[in-house]
Design a protein around this ligand. Structure first.
Ligand code: ASP
Length: 331
């Protein structure tokens, strides 16, 4: 089993680059230990994201460091990954559903609780940008499928082929050996959830994904669902999720994390509690992975991810960008 780094990059507002280690701790779940502690350092502005999407936090940081809003930062950070054809879990180049269609989910939420989302949208390269348009230009929160695509064209987005040759090749290979059911492989999904606080102390978040690889046509996970894949409360904090979306939807995961912070938990404690609640309901399952990252109003961060056999806490509190390497991955 490959182990993956979870919360990878952090951009902070301190002058220049402060060098401090990113700490990733993995522990065998049977020993139920994850040794590192969370970040209680107050850092603002800041942008954090799930997984190893360092180009996304670099972009978000660029926006924040120029005095831009957290909303622009999370959108532009998300767009970087959506445009990256080598990233097979988000945007162009994302893995298709089992019928060979790439369908994208995304949402965005701002400091005032405004939010927008697109679900199961095809042929548009930047779902997070369409989600923002839904938020700003319509009285709605969610647009799905053909309606979302039509709206995107109306707003000037271009039709784009999202299925790259490489993704198509892999899908065709998968079809040969699969039993033609959606894969629940922990290595076959990775969403970018990105959270930021700007210089004014305002929070925003975004979440964008091609969803679970080779999913049933029409399947939508947690990522575009406000409260599940993402939640922002500008008084308290923000959280976003990655992993098997069905479980995050069932527990309204990101809302739960923010509410736990409201009750006084640190972002790290909240993420751990949220993941553990999900795992407690799924004691017998060995086929999934769940992770949350969170940030509170002060700029403290936390992240926790669990998958069968491993749990790991990760956070970073260094300057600008940190790119952890596999040396951080320990059983
Ligand atoms: N949460 C996403 C979904 O279920 C997938 C992922 O995070 O990897 O669609």
């Amino acid at each position: 089993m490959q182990r993956r780094n979870f919360l990878k990059n952090s951009s902070v507002a301190a002058a220049g680059l402060i060098s401090a280690p990113l700490i990733t701790s993995c522990a065998n779940e049977t020993s139920s230990k994850a040794e590192t502690t969370h970040s209680t350092k107050v850092i603002r502005p800041i942008a954090i994201c799930t997984w190893n999407f360092k180009n996304a936090t670099a972009k978000a940081w660029e926006v924040l460091s120029e005095g831009g809003s957290s909303l622009d930062a999370v959108q532009q950070g998300g767009m970087v990954e959506e445009a990256d054809v080598t990233n097979k879990t988000v945007g162009v180049g994302g893995r298709p559903d089992r019928d060979g269609n790439v369908t994208l989910d995304a949402c965005i939420m701002d400091k005032d609780g405004n939010c927008g989302a697109v679900l199961c949208m095809q042929n548009i390269a930047s779902p997070v940008s369409v989600a923002r348009k839904v938020m700003e230009d319509t009285p709605h929160v969610m647009l799905a499928g053909k309606g979302a695509e039509k709206f995107a064209y109306e707003k000037g987005f271009e039709k784009t082929n999202l299925l790259t040759e490489q993704s198509k090749k892999e899908w065709l290979e998968w079809k040969k050996t699969s039993k033609y059911k959606p894969i629940i492989n922990i290595e076959n999904h990775d969403t970018i959830g990105i959270l930021a606080i700007d210089k004014n102390g305002d929070l925003s978040g975004a979440c964008t994904t091609s969803g679970m690889s080779y999913k049933y046509a029409g399947r939508v996970g947690d990522s575009p669902i406000i409260g599940a894949g993402l939640f922002v409360d500008n008084e308290i904090g923000a959280a976003t999720a990655t992993g098997v979306g069905e479980e995050v939807v069932r527990t309204v995961g990101s809302f739960l994390i923010v509410e736990l912070m409201r009750q006084g938990k640190s972002p790290q404690e909240a993420c751990e509690e949220g993941v553990k609640r999900i795992m407690a309901k799924n004691k017998d399952r060995t086929d999934f992975q769940i992770g949350f990252i969170a940030i509170n109003k002060k700029g403290e961060t936390g992240g926790y991810c669990i998958q069968p056999g491993f749990s790991y806490r990760t956070y970073s509190e260094e300057g600008h960008i940190n790119t952890p390497s596999d040396s951080y991955l320990k059983a």
